[in-house]
Design a protein around this ligand. Structure first.
Ligand SMILES: C[S@@+](CC[C@H](N)C(=O)[O-])C[C@H]1O[C@@H](n2cnc3c(N)ncnc32)[C@H](O)[C@@H]1O
Length: 267
């Protein structure tokens, strides 16, 4: 594959044919939500009907690129997920609806509705032979739970040692301004969430597409977890931001490696 580990400053619809059919292990798509956000372009400012039409169009263009064992995660809001999930269900099998609880604090909020504090994530697969590695994303039990399970019937139980399934309600704080991970992008997703998708749904050295790279969280997670990536992003400033983010991450990784070598030599 010619364009491995590359992000194109291009509309995904015009660039998608740079990717061969049946070549991807995973697609992580975090498209504009039709909320009027400013991404330095009009992509989040479409009329609802146009937004749905556009959503079906890009979805139909990316799906043939997935291998038979491949999966798709798509971030949406409750507002348009019913229509978009129904569309994808005509082409793929839906495995989960994951609720991302952004851990929004209880302050003020709507007065004529319940405050919305979650994103909706659809997890779809192309066939029943889809790749899924639960062990790589299990959550360790805390010490208190482990202690409570010291009765003889629990001793040696594998599930207690290996940790639990993260379930379909993911409570992960959104990134605050002061968070060290935070970049200059209005809807950057936490690395913890993208890591979980990549580890569970792509093999080591697998090939991952993010059609809407934003601040490059998917690319970073791929580098961190030894996967290859490809992506698209309309805004040139975000593409520059991604490059700096990746460069800094690689410097940090190299520093960590040389520190480890040093520690080994000393011990
Ligand atoms: C919700 S954000 C993605 C955020 C990303 N997941 C992150 O963690 O930073 C959507 C991004 O898609 C970009 N975008 C919108 N329409 C696009 C298109 N047709 N092709 C490529 N990128 C597009 C926007 O500029 C925006 O940065």
């Amino acid at each position: 594959m010619e364009f491995i580990n590359h992000i194109f400053n291009e509309d995904v619809l015009s660039g998608i044919d740079k990717i061969s059919d049946n070549s991807l292990d995973l697609i992580i798509a975090d498209p504009p939500y039709c909320l009027g956000k400013d991404y330095g372009n009009d992509s989040d400012k479409m009329e609802p009907n146009k937004y749905l039409k556009w959503s079906y169009q890009w979805i139909d263009s990316v799906l043939p690129k997935l291998k038979d064992t491949g999966s798709l995660y798509i971030f949406l809001t409750w507002r348009y997920s019913p229509e978009i999930f129904s569309h994808i269900k005509t082409k793929m099998k839906m495995i989960n609806e994951i609720i991302w609880d952004r851990r929004v604090p209880s302050m003020g909020g709507s007065t004529r509705s319940f405050s919305s504090v979650h994103d909706t994530i659809g997890f779809f697969v192309k066939s029943k032979n889809y790749y899924f590695d639960l062990d790589s994303i299990r959550i360790p039990y805390d010490e208190e739970t482990k202690k409570a399970r010291t009765r003889s019937i629990f001793v040696g139980k594998k599930w207690l040692e290996v940790g639990y399934n993260p379930k379909d309600l993911w409570s992960v704080s959104r990134l605050h301004k002061q968070d060290p991970e935070r970049q200059e992008h209005p809807t950057q997703k936490p690395l913890e969430i993208i890591d979980r998708m990549i580890l569970a749904s792509s093999p080591k050295k697998g090939f991952v597409l993010d059609p809407f790279m934003g601040s490059g969280t998917t690319a970073l997670s791929c580098i961190k977890n030894d996967r290859d990536y490809i992506g698209f992003e309309l805004n040139i400033d975000y593409c520059k931001l991604i490059k700096t983010r990746i460069d800094n991450f690689k410097i940090m990784q190299d520093d960590l490696k040389s520190q480890q070598v040093l520690n080994l030599e000393v011990s």
